[in-house]
Design a protein around this ligand. Structure first.
Ligand SMILES: Cc1ncc(COP(=O)(O)O)c(C=O)c1O
Length: 371
């Protein structure tokens, strides 16, 4: 049996044509025309006025936190069940991350637990939509309005998703995306900030580009970064964006097929197909082992690995990260739901190029292991 990778992108649209154009014209740096095109088209797709393309989704978060003026003495509330990039951006800015546990079924931040974490130091809520379903935004927006907090929306995994019909990426002061190859659309490496606020957009652009000043280029009032995306990456992005609707349909088909084939395995908790506010777009197809399964995710992944089936563990909670614990963060913080899924959860092949036959093969193997 051929190996089934955990992810493989689909690059068979206009990618080659647009990349060839970059090479023909010599426009390969961030100054090239695909950047503007990608920024404008992507921002429009999520209903935002401005898009700022950057080199990945992690640095998009760094720029977002800094652009909002979050720093020393501030606190930012975020889910503990997320990627390190979210908490790292807060910590690097000199602020304190304050974590919230997740819902055991949607795996998103439990929004009912946010208000208890708000203090006079809280400056923002960083919402992170996890694995395919968005966070329940209305209660978050109500809390942010009530307490005068910014919302940073990490929509890295949510290309093409909506919340109550509104695009993910359209909520809060700034939203961020990633275009890593496991995302619905990819630029190889890449990211984007989107916002409706002209001043914030300007600030993100400046931070992305070393805070060069228009008048005195090499005189700096502030420290920025080189977070620029290349025209080559944006060329891929434009080609991929043309197919976003098709890609979302493909992923929904994959998710539905997996669910159909796996729902008779009693030991597996499958992704929630839909909530009252969204239908799952299955960025990845996650599985959580129920208590009756006598082994954990690591062992389950080893079994699948023996059958050449690619897997990835679920995120590891922020409050359990050695790097943060060694900084003295998260003493006496417990988030039982997130701690549990971090140990019992993993995801199976979910890439855009995955075929029905491969899905059937993965399902068959899971039946053999858990049946
Ligand atoms: C929720 C979330 N935020 C941020 C990132 C970071 O994006 P990147 O890998 O492009 O740095 C990821 C990456 O998968 C992610 O899932």
């Amino acid at each position: 049996m051929n190996p089934i990778p955990v992810n493989e992108p689909l690059l068979n649209g206009n990618e080659k044509k647009y990349l060839f154009e970059c090479i023909e014209t010599g426009w390969i740096s961030s100054e090239g025309p695909f950047i503007k095109q990608f920024e404008e088209q992507f921002a429009a797709r999520v209903g935002r006025k401005y898009g700022i393309a950057v080199s990945n989704g992690s640095v998009a978060l760094d720029a977002a936190v800094t652009a909002l003026g979050i720093g020393q003495g501030d606190e930012v509330i975020l889910p503990t069940f997320t990627i390190i990039s979210c908490a790292a951006a807060i910590v690097r800015a000199g602020a304190v991350p304050v974590v919230v546990d997740c819902d055991p079924y949607t795996w998103n931040m439990d929004v009912n637990q946010i208000e208890a974490k708000i203090t006079p130091k809280t400056k923002a809520i960083m919402v992170v939509h996890i694995y395919g379903l968005p966070t329940d935004m209305e209660p978050v927006i109500a809390l942010a309005d009530k307490h005068g907090l910014h919302i940073i929306e990490d929509a890295a995994e949510m290309h093409g998703q909506t919340y109550k019909g509104l695009p993910c990426g359209s909520f809060g002061a700034i939203s961020t995306f990633s275009f890593y190859p496991n995302k619905h659309i990819t630029t190889g490496e890449g990211g984007m900030l989107v916002t409706d606020d002209e001043k914030l957009a300007e600030r993100c652009r400046s931070l992305r580009n070393l805070c060069f000043q228009p008048q005195k280029r090499f005189v700096h009032e502030e420290l920025g970064w080189n977070f620029r995306m290349t025209n080559l990456q944006a060329a891929l992005g434009v080609a991929q964006l043309e197919r976003l609707d098709e890609f979302v349909s493909r992923k929904r088909h994959m998710g539905q097929k997996y669910t159909e084939l796996l729902s008779d395995i009693p030991g597996l908790l499958l992704p929630v197909p839909k909530t009252v506010y969204a239908e799952n777009i299955y960025w990845v197809y996650g599985l959580v082992l129920k208590d009756e399964v006598p082994f954990d995710a690591v062992e389950a992944m080893q079994h699948l690995g023996k059958h050449k089936i690619g897997t990835r563990p679920f995120f590891w909670c922020m409050h359990e990260q050695p790097v943060f614990r060694n900084m003295g963060l998260f003493d006496n913080v417990y988030c039982p739901a997130a701690e549990r899924i971090a140990r019992r959860g993993f995801y199976i092949p979910s890439g855009m190029a995955l075929t029905d036959e491969q899905i059937e093969q993965v399902a068959k193997t899971l039946h053999e292991i858990f049946g």
